[in-house]
Design a protein around this ligand. Structure first.
Ligand SMILES: [Ca+2]
Length: 320
């Protein structure tokens, strides 16, 4: 999602190496009791019936959750609202059109949902001229995690040029920049990239063995893996449950219980994914996406609104 994910660098599609999948049913161990120290509502998992167990019989513990059921704006304990056009005023490295703001019109909690909404109340709606505003939040310095299971229930906007995303960057992003920080894109939808029926799960990193040693910083090179799943109907018609399972060997991605992404974390080549990541959610408009980057032509419609019912992160009792 970040820093010309699709721009200037030719994409290197890699074949994911299939490893044995988590078998999330059929294990026998009992789940943990309530964790009173976390302050989170915690259930006890029954591994005979509950999917929140892995193939070793370990159950997952809830370590982070935002249900977006209280208040009128994202909890500052969990989230920072990002504003502006990106550090170089270049549309976050992607020539995106929108200005992120902290206005409730763009970012709010309402009706049990996080609402991130791209708006253009008055045409013409142009590129970084203040006409298009939207919302973006991140959990940097507030919540990060390494390994576990992420789950979020989201109704994405899928109108022309809308680019909704749930993604994560390595916590070393401020020091090493992208893509050396690694990026995990749990959900991206963009009809410049594909269409409103298709969801992408993607990962970005720097593999020094594949690149010249000093050129993994944007825009000179990166390694990129994307796997997609197309639905018969628009993804914007309803909520969808996005899931990811991540350990030191692999990342698995799912939507509505359907696994469609698997990538082995190659030892020595993908160390980006052996560190903590923080979460990001946003609704961009336009941008340099694959062979896209068409300018606005007045046929886009507003608002383009993403509803997030909840986002939860679980880890096994072993902390993985
Ligand atoms: Ca909710």
């Amino acid at each position: 999602m970040t820093c010309s994910t699709y721009l200037k660098c030719s994409r290197l599609f890699r074949l994911g190496i299939s490893l044995p999948l988590f078998l999330l049913v059929g294990c026998l161990a009992s789940g943990p009791e309530s964790d009173s120290t976390s302050g989170l509502s915690q259930s006890s998992f029954d591994c005979e019936t509950d999917a929140l167990c892995d193939d070793t019989g370990q159950s997952y513990e809830l370590v982070f959750a935002d249900e977006f059921d209280t208040g009128t704006s994202p909890s500052p304990a969990n989230w920072t609202i990002e504003t502006g056009y990106g550090s170089n005023n270049d549309g976050w490295g992607n020539n995106e059109w929108q200005e992120y703001t902290d206005s409730p019109e763009n970012v709010r909690v309402e009706g049990g949902y996080l609402v991130l909404s791209a708006q253009c109340p008055k045409a013409p709606c142009g590129i970084r001229d203040g006409s298009i505003t939207s919302g973006k939040i991140n959990s940097r310095d507030k919540f990060s995690f390494k390994y576990g299971k992420l789950e979020a229930r989201i109704k994405p906007p899928v109108g022309k040029a809308a680019w909704p995303a749930l993604w994560a960057l390595g916590v070393n992003h401020p020091e090493v920049d992208w893509p050396r920080s690694g990026e995990i894109g749990f959900m991206e939808i963009h009809n410049f990239y594909s269409d409103e029926k298709t969801v992408q799960f993607m990962m970005h990193w720097c593999d020094e063995a594949r690149q010249a040693p000093d050129v993994c910083s944007y825009p000179d090179g990166w390694v990129h893996e994307v796997q997609s799943l197309s639905f018969p109907t628009s993804l914007g018609d309803d909520f969808h449950v996005l899931e990811a399972e991540w350990d030191e060997q692999k990342i698995v991605g799912k939507i509505d219980g359907i696994q469609y992404f698997t990538l082995a974390i190659e030892p020595g080549a993908m160390e980006e994914f052996l560190q903590e990541f923080f979460l990001i959610m946003n609704v961009a408009m336009g941008g340099k996406v694959a062979n896209g980057d068409q300018p606005p032509d007045g046929t886009e419609t507003y608002p383009q609104t993403m509803l997030v019912d909840y986002i939860r992160v679980y880890q096994r009792a072993s902390g993985t």
